[in-house]
Design a protein around this ligand. Structure first.
Ligand SMILES: [Zn+2]
Length: 191
């Protein structure tokens, strides 16, 4: 028994979906951009109605094909967004090792700088430390202390503390991986 065209279409769809799962985010965006451009140009051609009927049918087929792939890419991007919300990166061992290295590197991020950016406080310098009003509760005295280097932060009122990742995670109520990503993109300016 041979496979029907519908079966082949489904197989191709799932193969493409599988390959999308291994596509880096930047390539995913590039492919989305390219397909949206193609889609826009096909739709413009169709709107212009300068084609014979046969060509118009082919254009409608091309448009449906591009739309299908745009949907697959958007689905994959949404899937990754949901995965990130749960602090999940990838089952790939190499990537997890890279993630551990990124967390280690983020420990060097100046927590005082994070506090200034995220809470719009200037901070009060005391020697090498900087004191801030704690954003996690009403705080008359500046209870949150940021230490230089990898010293991190600690609040003497609520006893919360940690590194820059933990600080962003607490302020934004997000997972550790999302907090790490935010620090890399917003504070370090990584791609
Ligand atoms: Zn506190």
């Amino acid at each position: 028994m041979s496979a029907s065209p519908a079966d082949l279409g489904r197989a191709r769809g799932s193969a493409h979906r599988f390959s999308l799962r291994n596509t880096p985010a930047c390539d995913l965006l590039a492919e989305l951009d390219e397909r949206l451009n193609d889609l826009a140009s096909y739709e413009a051609d169709l709107d212009a109605s300068v084609f014979a009927d046969g060509n118009a049918d082919r254009l409608r087929g091309d448009i449906a094909y591009e739309r299908h792939h745009v949907e697959l890419i958007v689905d994959e991007m949404e899937r990754r967004e949901r995965a990130r919300a749960f602090g999940y990166q990838s089952p790939n061992g190499l990537r997890e090792q890279a993630l551990a290295e990124r967390f280690a590197a983020a420990k060097a991020i100046d927590c005082a700088e994070v506090m200034r950016t995220e809470t719009c406080q200037a901070g009060k310098p005391v020697g090498e430390r900087t004191l801030f009003t704690c954003p996690f509760h009403p705080d008359d005295t500046p209870s949150l202390t940021c230490y230089p280097g990898e010293g991190g932060w600690y609040c003497f009122s609520c006893r919360r503390g940690g590194d820059a990742v933990k600080l962003v995670a607490e302020i934004k109520s997000v997972g550790a991986v999302e907090a790490l990503r935010f620090l890399e993109v917003v504070l370090i300016g990584a791609a």
